[in-house]
Design a protein around this ligand. Structure first.
Ligand code: SAH
Length: 368
């Protein structure tokens, strides 16, 4: 089945849902478009890389995974070098970060021997790609796959979520004179087969979560699954010890942040659902609040550029560029710039750590 055919089947399914139950929440639309078991964007393809729709930090440079490996070694020592330790990646994409991290942590054989990888991946296509890629690692690490963090067994937790939280479904709200209204997605009757945004006539199950006194904003985006995941991570690291790193993009404007990308270009999120990546800016302040409430320490957020610089990306780039061709050296330095410079990912992407109370200070987040 072609991607185009899958997208029209998904659109037809969404129209039937709307006909039966009324307009969809933005969250339902997002989760169908991304994760529908038959036609979802992630379920049916590998979206990454130059031939895909978007490129993530691990795909830009091996230094990203290597430095995150160094960050975990530092946290692991701070935790008293527990063995075993579960190293969870949420949404591992092509498995690139884990591959680079595994090579990078060879400098600490004790840590390497203690690590058991737990990969949380919903997409069967990406899961099999990860299995293929990671089965070539030598020595072969312990690797297990799970559909949800809740299924990962208990144990000292080290976790990385890079560009994972931005794929979690959000609800959107608009403040009206008589309370919050939810932004919904309906069929566009003027244009056959198209979708459009509408406002709920009254309350919805989701507007009931909002604090009726909270009228400081005209519009609001809430990601319940992101909040509950941050709570679960914080609860685990507080109870059994550990450190989690969340890296994602933030909004550089107020209002709604749902966006679609296809073929490395902006796309209308309501057009051909399932054919483009959908993502929302991550609200680090909200994640931080639930993590602290669950008893964990929160470090950052701070810009990805400052975080990677403080982990030593510049000297790593210098070292990698020694004795290589001019072309490779240029590639290494351009990768470093894309990851760190404010005009690229350096500030738009932020890093935040959630740790157990014993890790008062962690690498990359030292006070400046
Ligand atoms: N972290 C990778 C890939 C980011 S793309 C990188 O930086 O390159 C998002 C990843 O999360 C994909 O692997 C996608 O299949 C997975 N994913 C998206 N929604 C998910 C969900 N609800 N549960 C589990 N995995 C999910």
């Amino acid at each position: 089945m072609t991607n185009c055919h899958q997208s029209s089947l998904l659109a037809a399914y969404l129209r039937r849902l709307i006909n039966a139950n009324g307009p969809l929440t933005v969250a339902r639309y997002m989760s169908e478009a991304l994760n529908n078991p038959s036609f979802g964007y992630y379920t049916t393809r590998d979206p990454l890389g130059t031939r895909g729709d978007f490129t993530t930090a691990p795909e830009i440079s091996q230094m990203f995974g290597e430095l995150i490996g160094a960050w975990f070694i530092d946290c692991w020592r701070g935790l008293g070098a527990p063995d075993p330790v579960l190293l969870v990646e949420l949404g591992p994409g092509r498995g690139t970060l884990i591959s680079d991290l595994w090579r990078g942590i060879a400098v600490s054989p004790d840590f390497r021997a203690a690590v058991r990888f737990c990969l949380v991946e919903a997409s069967p296509v990406l899961r099999s790609q990860q299995q293929q890629r990671l089965s070539n690692l030598r020595p072969l690490p312990a690797l297990d796959w799970y559909s949800r963090l809740a299924d990962v067994p208990d144990g000292t937790l080290m976790l990385i979520g890079n560009e994972f939280f931005d794929a979690l479904p959000v609800h959107q709200f608009v403040a009206g004179a008589d309370g919050w209204r939810e932004r919904l997605i309906d069929r566009d009757l003027c244009q056959a087969d198209a979708f459009r945004y509408v406002l709920s006539h009254g309350r919805t199950p989701a507007t009931a979560w909002l604090d009726s006194g909270n009228k400081s904003a005209d519009a609001m985006e809430v990601c319940p699954s992101g909040l509950s995941l941050a709570h679960d991570i914080a609860e685990r690291v507080t109870r059994v010890g550990g450190a989690a790193l969340i890296i994602d993009f933030v909004a550089n404007y107020l209002d709604f942040s749902l966006q679609a990308v296809r073929g490395h270009d902006h796309h209308d999120p309501l057009m051909s659902p399932g054919s483009a990546d959908l993502a929302c800016a991550v609200n680090f302040a909200a994640l931080s609040k639930v993590a602290r409430t669950a008893g964990a320490l929160v470090h950052g957020p701070r810009g990805q550029g400052a975080f990677l610089e403080s982990l030593g990306i510049s000297s790593r780039a210098e070292r990698l560029a020694q004795g290589v061709s001019a072309e490779t050296s240029q590639m290494i330095h351009s990768g470093r710039r894309r990851l760190t410079e404010p005009g690229f990912m350096g500030e738009l992407f932020q890093a935040m750590a959630i740790t157990s109370g014993s890790l008062v200070s962690v690498a990359g987040f030292e006070p400046t």
